[in-house]
Structure formats: structure tokens, C-alpha cells
Design a protein around this ligand. Structure first.
Ligand code: ADP
Length: 570
């Protein structure tokens, strides 16, 4: 079967061997189709390959860009972490992966030592490791405080904040650590300052209440018994008893005023030290005798222990201050002991003297033993009214001991008693030097009677009267002046005056000015200044104005007579 020719064209071309030509043409046609098909496949493949290569290249570029971004980000992170003052550590469940310089500096371990090791166990002290593990588990980012141990064994408090991060494909934790030693110190100081302020406030109130009590009680005695004295019909014994009470109350009030003045001198740096040869045996003996009656009246046994021979017992120190120290301690021992004994004395070892005052009294609780040496502090503030005292004695005593080169301490047990110890440097006076230390406490006026013409410049009648009485044995004649001007005039009118007792605070013209004017025409008369302010500059001020000497009110008979003997003993 031959397929009919499809159209005229073929019919025209095929002139002979029609069939063969047809077959040939069919073959040719098939080949052409095949060739085109192949060409098409090749071209398609070509384009497909190009597209594929482009894709790969694009992917590669993307990957490289991503890698660059990661590298840059890593570098940025590294730079930031190197710049940071905070220590940064990246860890995987505690195992160190990376860290910065600050961290290395903080802990003292090298980077190499930290990487690969459990930094929690290495650095955090055991008590705080649990906190870190808990925070790790709870993925808590909140800051928390731990204590870090450095490589050298020292510790510091640190604050940590932690976050989860993706690092080199893993989920890790980055922790930033800050040394908070300074902050802790400041917090502590702030807390201490606050406590001190509160304590000081509490003490101020306690002190005011106490002072009020301390001053009112003797005032009560003085005014009460002074008015009782006016009552008619008192017998001699009663009068004497009332006067004794008035004297005791006055002394007590004077003591408290002296304490306040002493403490303000100490606080304002005006405390002076006056060194002289001092026989410590005499001091102990004097204090012993002074307190013997008071102790025995209370039913206490008092004893003293001295261990140096008289020749070796003379040291150079401030005698008045040593006396004040011993008398404060023994006064307290008597005050705070209800039964048993009191012992005072000293021991010597090489160049140190250690004095002690021991009692079997109420004792001092351990937690108050340091505080009692501070001003206005009493061992038991709540119960302070139980005993007399303003809480000043021991702080004055401590300041005195320290200014003399010693230390004071206490050993005590509540209910059993206390021992106060203080040291003083032991340096003896070379033999051969005669000391004038041994004080005579006898009533020194008994063998002296005088022939002095005395001018008392005093605007206060009671004080003038007191001085006249005290000077009874010495006076030939006594003249009283009430103002500075009057004093100068009387001095001019009586060139034969031996002594002027000059009150420095007089109206119209004060004692300093009056003295200056008297010195213009009378250089020889002895002028003794009396002031009511016991401040150290007063002496210089008085002598600067031309006074020979200086005495502080209230005058005691002994002090006044000692001064007069100093100038008129022969
Ligand atoms: P005060 O005027 O209160 O006696 P001090 O400074 O002398 O002041 O003493 C401070 C406190 O120390 C006293 O209030 C007391 O509580 C305690 N104290 C001092 N000495 C003794 C002692 N020998 N026995 C017991 N307590 C003492």
C-alpha cells in the first residue's frame, strides 16, 4: 500500500521513481526531526546547566556573606567583650568556652586555665554554687550575688547576670560578672553610719535625761537642805549634818561639771599634759586612803599592791592625770560593787608599768565592754538611772591613759566583777634628783598665820565672803572691791598691798584690764587670777595680762592656801 501523495507539490517534484524519492525524503525528514530534537535537547541542557551553575554560585555567595556576617559579629562581640570592664564568661553548663580579659584579671586564672574547665566549681565558693545551678536550671536572667574565690585564694563579692546565647551553633550561657566589693563596702559604711547616727541620737536623749538627773539631784540636796537650815530650833548636830549634805551635793555637782569640761577639752584638742616627777607608790597610797572610808562604809574591803621600792617608783608623767585615772577607776569600783573587795596596784615589767583596779562587783556584759570607754555610754543604758553617773568617767580616763602613752582595757564577767588594766611607760628618774612629788595632804594652814594685806576683787558677795573666810589666818587686813575700776583705784590708794585675788569676770572693767592697769604703777603686788572657766588658754591669758598665778573656781581651801604659801612662805 502506498500512501497517496498529499498535495500537488510532491506530485510535481516526484517525476521518477516516485516511491524512492518519497522514501528518501521521508528519511531526510525524520533525520531532520531527530537532529532538531537533539539540538533542542542540547540547547536546553546548555541553558539548564548555566542556570544551575548560577544557582550554585549564588548559594556560594550567600554562604560567604553569611559567614562574613558571622565573623564580623563574632569580632564585634569579641571587641565589645574585651572593652567591657565586666568579666564575661561563656559556658556550657559550667564548662568554660570563652572569656574576656576583665574576667581573667578578676579571677587571676589564665584564659587557657578557664576554657574547658568547670568554672562554677573552680570559682564560686560552695555556699553559692547551688544558687548558680538553680538559676541555670530556671534560665533566670536576674542579677544575683555570689562570692568568688580568686586563684590566689582571696575572695570578692560579685554580681552576676546571665543570658542564653547561640554560640558556634550551640545554645550556651553568657554570664557577665561585676566585682561589687566597693559597693558592699559603701553599703556597710552607710549602714554603720546610720547605726551610729541612731545610736548617737539614742545616747543624746539618754545623756540629756541622765544629765538632768545628775544636776537636779545635787541641786535638790543643796537647795533643800539650805532652806532647812533656816528653820529655827535646829540643834548643832542637825546643822552639821545638813551642811555635810550640802557639801557632798556641791562636790557631786562640781564633779559632773568638771567631767563635762574635761571631755570638751579632750574633744576640742585642748587637753594639755604637764609632766613632772611622780611617785607612783604615793599615788596608789593616796587613792587607797582617799577611798578607804567610802569603801568601808559600804562594807567593802579595799587593799593595794605596790611592787617597786620607793627609789624606783618615781616616773615622769602627768601626776594630775594619773591621779584622775586611778581615782575614776576606783570610784567606779566602789560604785559598782555591793560586796567583796577592791584591790588597786601595779606591776612592772621591763619598760612598762601595768596598773590594775579590781573589784568583785556587778561586772560588765561582754558586748558592752568596748562601748563603756566611749563618751556618754553606760554598760546598761536602760538601767542607767540605777547608778549615779553620766557615762563620761571612762572616756576621760581612756583619753588620759592614751595621752600618757598607755592603753586601757577591761576584763569582766557579769555578776563576778571587773578588772581594769592600764599601762604607762616605765622610765625612772635618775637617782640623786630630789623630787617634790610627795604631796602633803595635811591641813597646811595650821602652822601658818599671816600678816598680809589682801585685796579681794569680786563682784559676787558670796564668793567674796568665802574668800575672806578662807584667808582668815593669813590676813592683816582685807579690802573688797566690786568692779575693775574700783580695784585699780584701791590698789593705787594702798601701795602696801601684798596680794590681790582678782576675779577675771567683773562688771564695768574686767580683771584682765584691771591687772594691766595696776601693773603700770605696781609691779610687785602678787596678783592671783580666779576664773570660773577651766579652759587651758585662761592661764596664758591671765599671766599675759600681768597676773602671777591662776586658780579655778570653786576655790578649795587647800588650793588657795597652797598658792599663798608658794608666794609668802617665808
Ligand atoms: P559613769 O559615770 O556612768 O560611771 P563611766 O564612764 O565611769 O560612767 O562608766 C561607764 C559605764 O561602765 C558605767 O555606767 C557602768 O555601766 C560601767 N562600769 C564602769 N566601771 C565599772 C565597774 N567597775 N563595774 C561594773 N561596771 C562598770
Amino acid at each position: 500500500y502506498r500512501a497517496p501523495l498529499g498535495n500537488t507539490y510532491w506530485t510535481i517534484l516526484i517525476s521518477y521513481e516516485e516511491e524512492d524519492i518519497y522514501v528518501a525524503l521521508t528519511h531526510l525528514r525524520n533525520r531532520l526531526i531527530l537532529a532538531f530534537a537533539l539540538l533542542f535537547i542540547i540547547i536546553s541542557y546548555y541553558f539548564y546547566s548555566i542556570a544551575k551553575v548560577r544557582n550554585v554560585l549564588r548559594e556560594e555567595a550567600k554562604r560567604k556573606a553569611a559567614e562574613r556576617t558571622i565573623r564580623e559579629s563574632e569580632e564585634r562581640f569579641k571587641k565589645l567583650s574585651e572593652l567591657s570592664y565586666e568579666g564575661i564568661v561563656i559556658h556550657n553548663n559550667g564548662i568554660g568556652m570563652d572569656t574576656n580579659d576583665s574576667f581573667v584579671q578578676m579571677v587571676g586564672y589564665s584564659r587557657e586555665e578557664l576554657i574547658g574547665c568547670n568554672v562554677i566549681e573552680l570559682l564560686v565558693i560552695p555556699e553559692f554554687q547551688e544558687i548558680i545551678r538553680k538559676n541555670l536550671k530556671e534560665k533566670s536572667p536576674a542579677p544575683y550575688e555570689v562570692v568568688i574565690r580568686r586563684k590566689n585564694g582571696s575572695f570578692f563579692p560579685a554580681e552576676l547576670v546571665a543570658r542564653e546565647i547561640k554560640y558556634k551553633g550551640e545554645i550556651l550561657r553568657v554570664a557577665a560578672m561585676r566585682n561589687i566589693s566597693d559597693r558592699k563596702k559603701q553599703e556597710k559604711e552607710l549602714l554603720e553610719a546610720k547605726e551610729r547616727a541612731e545610736e548617737s541620737d539614742r545616747l543624746k536623749s539618754a545623756f540629756l535625761a541622765n544629765m538632768s538627773h545628775e544636776i537636779r539631784t545635787p541641786m535638790n540636796g543643796i537647795l533643800g537642805f539650805a532652806s532647812l537650815l533656816k528653820e529655827p530650833g535646829l540643834n548643832g548636830e542637825e546643822q552639821k549634818e545638813y551642811i555635810r549634805i550640802i557639801e557632798r551635793s556641791g562636790t557631786r555637782m562640781l564633779n559632773i561639771i568638771n567631767d563635762i569640761i574635761d571631755i570638751s577639752k579632750i574633744e576640742s584638742g585642748m587637753m594639755e599634759v604637764s609632766l613632772s616627777e611622780t611617785n607612783i607608790n604615793d599615788q596608789v597610797e593616796f587613792i587607797y586612803n582617799f577611798f578607804k572610808h567610802e569603801a568601808e562604809d559600804k562594807g567593802l574591803y579595799i587593799s593595794r599592791k605596790i611592787s617597786l621600792a620607793p627609789n624606783n617608783a618615781i616616773i615622769i608623767t602627768d601626776r594630775e592625770k594619773l591621779y584622775a585615772i586611778l581615782s575614776n577607776l576606783v570610784k567606779n569600783a566602789v560604785k559598782y560593787t555591793n560586796e567583796g573587795l577592791i584591790e588597786l596596784g601595779y606591776s612592772q615589767s621591763s619598760d612598762v608599768l601595768e596598773f590594775f583596779v579590781k573589784d568583785t562587783g556587778i561586772g560588765i556584759p561582754k558586748n558592752r565592754q568596748a562601748a563603756i570607754f566611749e563618751r556618754f555610754i553606760q554598760a546598761d543604758i536602760s538601767n542607767k538611772m540605777a547608778q549615779q553617773g553620766a557615762g563620761l568617767g571612762l572616756s576621760i580616763t581612756k583619753a588620759y591613759v592614751e595621752v600618757l602613752g598607755g592603753r586601757i582595757r577591761v576584763e569582766s564577767e557579769t555578776g563576778k566583777g571587773s578588772v581594769f588594766y592600764f599601762t604607762l611607760p616605765y622610765k625612772t628618774v635618775p637617782p640623786g634628783i630630789v623630787t617634790n612629788d610627795s604631796e602633803s595632804f595635811a591641813d597646811s594652814d595650821s602652822e601658818h598665820s599671816g600678816n598680809l594685806k589682801i585685796l579681794v576683787a569680786e563682784d559676787d558677795d558670796a564668793s567674796a565672803l568665802l574668800i575672806s573666810h578662807l584667808l582668815k589666818k593669813f590676813r592683816r587686813e582685807i579690802i573688797i572691791a566690786k568692779t575693775g575700776i574700783e580695784t585699780v583705784e584701791l590698789c593705787r590708794d594702798h601701795p602696801d598691798l601684798d596680794l590681790v585675788l582678782m576675779d577675771m569676770q567683773m562688771p564695768v572693767m574686767n580683771g584682765y584690764e584691771a591687772t594691766r592697769q595696776i601693773r603700770v604703777f605696781n609691779k610687785n603686788v602678787i596678783i592671783i587670777a580666779q576664773t570660773a572657766y577651766a579652759f587651758s588658754g585662761d592661764r596664758e591669758k591671765a599671766t599675759g595680762a600681768g597676773c602671777n598665778d591662776y586658780i579655778v573656781k570653786p576655790l578649795t581651801k587647800k588650793e588657795l592656801l597652797d598658792l599663798i604659801l608658794k608666794y609668802f612662805s617665808n
